[in-house]
Design a protein around this ligand. Structure first.
Ligand code: GLV
Ligand code: GLV
Length: 333
């Protein structure tokens, strides 16, 4: 057999290490360099480990930018263990003939479960209510204590009608909710009605964001966005932290401009325990757990490994984001 490709993997993958596990499959087919730290490899380590690598399997914590690509002359594939790929400079990869793959499809339902869990938790004030018990603040049953917001029959506004959003909308239908969506184009078959952003913000009791992070969406949930929401409405974000102007969100919660927010993503991640965001009222937070189930993370790891091994074998798997890069050959190779 010819030399096995060198592959750097930036974290221990879910699914164990039996021969048919994601790691087992990599061991069988590659010369595997596995970073087994709990934290991401520091930038210098990543650069050093990629100097000889043919492929890399990254997390959303690794930034793959021009400087790193230029220090990785043999690299042919970046496989991201996530559906989002804002951590990767895809055009720079394309220019250098590096294929980029991600993990679409396998995490939609799981992430939609999380968005709905957050929506319900914020609507019914569950974290706050649980804290009340633990802090001894639960008095006698009172008809006006700890009242939340009705989910059943309410209007859900979805911003960014992709696959995860569609799974959220189906859950909403089960709760008898009216679903509105806003996106650049009409999405045939989307379980909801298309609306302009101003219409959606004015009409929705819950707003859930599902846009990818890019130059167009960064900071799109800003002071104007929150000011256009109903005062009784709750904002949910399971997409990416930087789509929100977080200071504007804190202010909207403090001033009562909106009724609450539930976030699985924020800025920065990890969020320090003394961050001002956590002083905002009516806020539910989770530490970026959208796809975090045993089953889904194992599927993601298998898909990421298949994408990586497929490219190294000379194929262009369906998960490749920049198939045009396959036609570009790096002079150094
Ligand atoms: C997680 O945030 C992902 O993009 O898969
Ligand atoms: C509440 O517990 C009720 O019985 O209405």
């Amino acid at each position: 057999m010819a030399d096995r490709p060198r592959v750097f993997v930036s974290r221990v993958l879910p699914g164990g290490d039996s021969p048919d596990s994601p790691i087992g499959r990599l061991r069988a087919a590659t010369d595997l360099d596995l970073w087994d730290g709990g934290d991401p490899p520091p930038a210098e380590v990543l650069r050093e480990r990629l100097a000889q690598a043919d492929g890399v399997l990254t997390m959303l914590t690794e930034r793959i930018d021009v400087a790193l690509l230029d220090a990785a002359p043999h690299l042919r594939v970046v496989s991201n263990l996530a559906v989002g790929f804002d951590n990767i400079d895809v055009p720079a990869c394309t220019e250098r003939g590096v294929l980029v793959t991600n993990t679409p499809g396998v995490l939609d339902e799981t992430t939609a479960d999380m968005a709905f869990a957050l929506l319900l938790a914020a609507a019914r004030r569950l974290p706050e209510a649980e804290r009340a018990i633990r802090e001894g603040a639960w008095g006698q049953w009172h008809p006006t204590w700890m009242l939340g917001h009705q989910v059943t029959g309410a209007t859900l506004g979805i911003v960014g009608p992709g696959r995860i959003a569609s799974a959220v909308a189906r859950r909403a239908q089960g709760f008898g909710m009216k679903v509105l969506y806003h996106g650049r184009r009409e999405v045939p078959g989307f379980p909801g009605e298309r609306a302009t952003l101003p219409e959606l913000l004015a009409a929705s009791d819950f707003i859930s964001v599902h846009v990818p992070l890019n130059a167009e969406t960064a900071g799109m949930c800003n002071a104007d966005f929150f000011a256009a929401m109903k005062q009784s409405a709750i904002f949910v974000n399971t997409a990416r932290g930087p789509v929100v102007d977080q200071d504007a969100l804190i202010e909207a919660l403090r001033s009562g401009q909106i009724a609450g927010a539930a976030l699985d993503v924020m800025t920065p991640e990890p969020l320090p325990a003394d961050h001002p965001l956590l002083t905002a009222p009516h806020l539910v937070v989770a530490p970026h757990l959208g796809s975090a189930t045993e089953e889904t993370r194992a599927r993601m790891a298998h898909l990421a490994v298949s994408g990586l091994l497929g490219v190294l074998a000379g194929d262009t798997p369906a998960t490749v984001l920049n198939p045009e890069a396959a036609a570009i050959h790096r002079s150094a190779r």
